[in-house]
Design a protein around this ligand. Sequence first.
Ligand SMILES: [Mg+2]
Ligand SMILES: [Zn+2]
Length: 208
Amino acid sequence: MARRPAVFIDRDGTLTEEVGYVNHPSRLRLLPRSAAAVRRLNEAGIAAVVATNQAGIARGYFSEDLMRVVHARLVEALEDAGAHLDGLYVCPHHPTEGAPPFRADCDCRKPKPGLLQRAARDLDLDLGESTMVGDKASDLLVAPAVGARAVLVLTGYGQGEWEYRREHFSVTPDHVAADLLDAVDWVIGRIRTRVGGVWGEPEGPPIR
Ligand SMILES: [Mg+2]
Ligand SMILES: [Zn+2]
């Protein structure tokens, strides 16, 4: 099968509510239309891949084990709504906080492109046909680094970023979306317009 496009989804403020550090599973809540958005990607044969910075691990605010529990809940909540993620990639690092191995000048903390590149290798993705969706200017910066499109959502920090900080953006979003579902509709519409079709059926259980 040809390499698939992906939508890379920031977690906090884009897929789930922005609540600060998620240091307990009870703090993670999907935004209202997130499951529908992921389901629509599944149906279109576009990979749905979460790419998230979780420097709270480097800072010692929560453990990797806690984060795994949180992410298992997230996957389960989406599956319950008939939506599946093709991948979930995390940067647990911070360049100056905490202690090694998490205090690291890594290549994966957004806006660096390491998470997207790793996902592309693992999942055989076409980065040039992919889109990064996030609620911060720093999420958008990842996109041109890998030849992808950038979409800002107005959930989470997005509305404040767009209303008060847009003159400071070094990457102009290709689209500004009300939320993740609106972003996904833009991506699908654009692909249909450009290539006159969508990719094959989604493949089997994604989260390993
Ligand atoms: Mg965010
Ligand atoms: Zn990292």
